[in-house]
Ligand binder design. Structure first.
Ligand code: NI
Length: 185
């Protein structure tokens, strides 16, 4: 396995619409997924999409760490998960704003409005269907990663750019700052 270089905002690979994965079980896809999980853990991230490691394919890895989930039924701890050729749809019309960070935008956090509850599906490297409902952090990270597959970075979802800032300044000045170890994905 290997730790991969993460593309930062400004690199054109992050603006591309990624292509579907034709063979999720191919050895090179399994190797990529293993390397992406190692890279995500090394960077203390909770999500990583293939375009962030310069591979414009529709797959991402994510996890929901213990103690960070909201505690709602669809937002518990989840171990390392891969989703290939994912589809996501909102459930209901509840939109909430949460702090997000991105491994491709180091040092910054932004408050992003997104649907609170979603339904998603995709396949894993064995071709098994992965289909779940999710809410809270779980739903947020999946939506953040799906956006990476469509060339969208979280600031493009923001409505109030005063809520985009460096983590240390937000911790000092925001009335509702991001958690010290707030998620990056
Ligand atoms: Ni990101």
């Amino acid at each position: 396995m290997a730790i991969l270089k993460i593309a930062r905002m400004g690199h054109p690979v992050l603006w591309q619409k990624a292509a579907p994965v034709s063979d999720p079980g191919a050895p090179e896809i399994r190797r990529l997924v293993a390397d992406m999980i190692e890279t995500m853990e090394d960077a203390f991230g909770i999500g990583l999409a293939a375009p962030q490691v310069h591979v414009p394919l529709r797959l991402f890895v994510f996890r929901v760490p213990p103690g960070r989930a909201s505690g709602e039924p669809d937002d518990g701890e989840i171990g390392n998960t891969v989703l290939i050729n994912p589809e996501v749809e909102p459930v209901g019309d509840d939109i909430r704003v949460h702090w997000e960070g991105c491994l491709s935008i180091p040092g910054l956090r932004g408050a992003v409005p997104r649907p609170w509850r979603i339904r998603y599906r995709g396949v894993d490297c064995a071709g098994n269907l992965v289909a779940r409902e999710a809410s809270g952090l779980h739903a947020g990270v999946v939506q953040h990663e799906l956006d990476h597959l469509d060339g969208i970075l979280y600031p493009m979802r923001m409505r109030d750019f005063r809520l985009l800032g460096f983590t240390e300044e937000l911790a000092r000045y925001s009335a509702d700052p991001p958690a010290p170890a707030a998620e990056r994905a």
